[in-house]
Design a protein around this ligand. Structure first.
Ligand code: CMP
Length: 138
């Protein structure tokens, strides 16, 4: 499966009112929405989602931030979804993000970087299944 990816619009972007503009960029870039929810993670849930980063020095900060306010979680579909979506969102650090990317337009810092995008097909499946059951995908 290389036609779907998973994304979150993070608490910095939802709290600044960027949700609609970011979704618009995703749809205009050719991604269609397979599943979507507006949800606030507990610290435990954010910690579980980002467990792969547990040993990183920024893990505590990341978990606190990702549970600090509502997010939009979504599964997006497009041919070559994972790679094309990472191009659309831009570099993790917005200081390095290219013009025209979501992070260039809306991210504040490496920690508060507006959006998440899966880094592999395997993680896209794992991350999508963290948030959505089969009944919630259309
Ligand atoms: P994301 O793509 O959601 O996956 C892991 C997240 O960790 C990443 O985006 C960043 O928001 C965050 N992150 C990565 N490096 C740092 C860092 N040096 N300091 C704080 N947060 C970071």
């Amino acid at each position: 499966m290389n036609n779907s990816t998973f994304t979150m619009i993070k608490p910095d972007a939802t709290s600044k009112g960027y949700t609609g503009a970011i979704l618009d960029m995703m749809v205009k870039a050719g991604f269609s929405i397979k599943a979507m929810k507006w949800i606030k993670l507990s610290a435990a849930q954010a910690g579980e989602f980002y467990a792969v980063h547990k040993e990183r020095p920024f893990y505590g900060e990341l978990v606190e931030f990702m549970s600090s306010g509502p997010i939009v979680a979504a599964i997006l579909e497009k041919e070559n979804a994972v790679a094309d979506f990472r191009t659309l969102i831009g570099a993790t650090n917005p200081a390095n993000a290219e013009e025209g990317t979501i992070r260039k337009a809306y991210a504040a810092s490496i920690g508060e970087n507006a959006v998440h995008g899966s880094d592999s097909d395997e993680n896209a499946q794992i991350e999508g299944s963290f948030f959505f059951s089969g009944l919630e995908r259309f």
